[in-house]
Design a protein around this ligand. Structure first.
Ligand code: KIV
Length: 307
């Protein structure tokens, strides 16, 4: 049997119960990010389990320095575009900076909006023990919450940059405690970002909810990457844990350069890209407008000439 055979994705909607069942049966869970309709359609067809509309969109789509400027309006705009393209994958909307930190009522209202107006199935938010009250309130409204620990980009200034987390014994212990606290608060899954593989494996083995890793090694229950990193579409920097499966940024640049060269050399549009008029209608037109001084310039590349 070919090892390269493509599996046909099931048409059934992926739910949090599907993800729990995958964890139970030791089946790796696949997540990727999307921010627009065509990527969402391609991901849904590919059979990915979950799609995160991450606030990473601030960096890879909107060109911000970090994720802090991203607003609820921007998140909702992109969530709706993604939701329109997806019928099967589980959809998670990221709660942007300051949409859940200031008050429980903000957290509840904004989480609700991501489902009600954004078409998401669940929300993700960053942080451990400090976020438990918000997490419990959101879950009590019937909204599934995915946690996010380790390198939490919304705390980039507090962390002193994009640094690996949980490296020391003490830091790893705090991380593990936080993971247990999030599970106890009712999170249906957690993301672990940029932490040692050994710590991620210990947490994944200890928790009964799925642990989705990014830069957290092979011992997690599933993996997520930022799709623009995987496709080579974001050229500002690439974290060392990313595997690039394509280099679309350079393909895009090359396509743009070829188009510009074609237009300048009058190779585009060619006859097959042009719309022709019925010859009789054109002859009639020319006869009628000749008196008004219009001239139809013939083009050497055109197959039909009217002079
Ligand atoms: O915003 C995002 O894309 C994320 C992933 C890196 C997990 O939070």
């Amino acid at each position: 049997m070919s090892t390269n055979s493509k599996s046909v994705p099931s048409e059934q909607k992926v739910t949090i119960q599907t993800l729990w069942s995958k964890k139970k049966h030791g089946e790796p869970i696949t997540f990727l990010t999307a921010y627009d309709f065509p990527t969402a359609v391609a991901l849904d067809r590919s059979g990915v389990d979950g799609i995160l509309v991450g606030d990473s969109l601030g960096m890879v789509v909107l060109g911000y320095e970090n994720t802090l400027p991203v607003t609820m309006q921007e998140m909702l705009h992109h969530c709706r575009a993604v939701a329109r393209g997806v019928s099967r994958a589980h959809l998670v909307g990221d709660m942007p900076f300051m949409s859940y930190q200031a008050s429980i009522s903000d957290a509840l209202r904004n989480a609700g909006s991501l489902l009600q107006k954004g078409g998401m199935d669940a929300v993700k938010l960053e942080g451990g023990r400090d976020r438990v009250a918000a997490i419990r309130a959101i879950i009590s409204a019937g909204i599934p919450v995915m946690g996010h620990l380790g390198l939490t980009p919304q705390s980039v200034h507090q962390l002193g940059g994009w640094r690996i987390q949980g490296k020391s014994t003490q830091a790893a212990k705090i991380l593990m405690e936080d993971a247990l606290i999030l599970e106890d608060a009712g999170c249906y899954a957690i993301v672990l970002e940029s932490i040692p593989s050994e710590v991620a494996r210990l947490i994944s083995n200890r928790l009964s909810i799925p642990v989705i890793g990014i830069g957290a090694g092979i011992g997690c229950d599933g993996q997520i990457l930022v799709t623009h990193d995987l496709l080579g579409l974001f050229d500002r920097f690439t974290p060392s844990f990313v595997k690039k499966y394509a280099n679309l940024f350079s393909e895009m640049e090359q396509a743009f350069q070829e188009y510009i060269a074609d237009v300048k050399a009058k190779r585009f549009p060619a006859a097959e890209h042009s719309i022709s008029m019925d010859p009789q209608a054109l002859r009639d037109l020319i006869r009628e407008i000749e008196v008004q001084g219009f001239e139809l310039e013939s083009d050497d590349s055109q197959e039909t000439r009217y002079h």
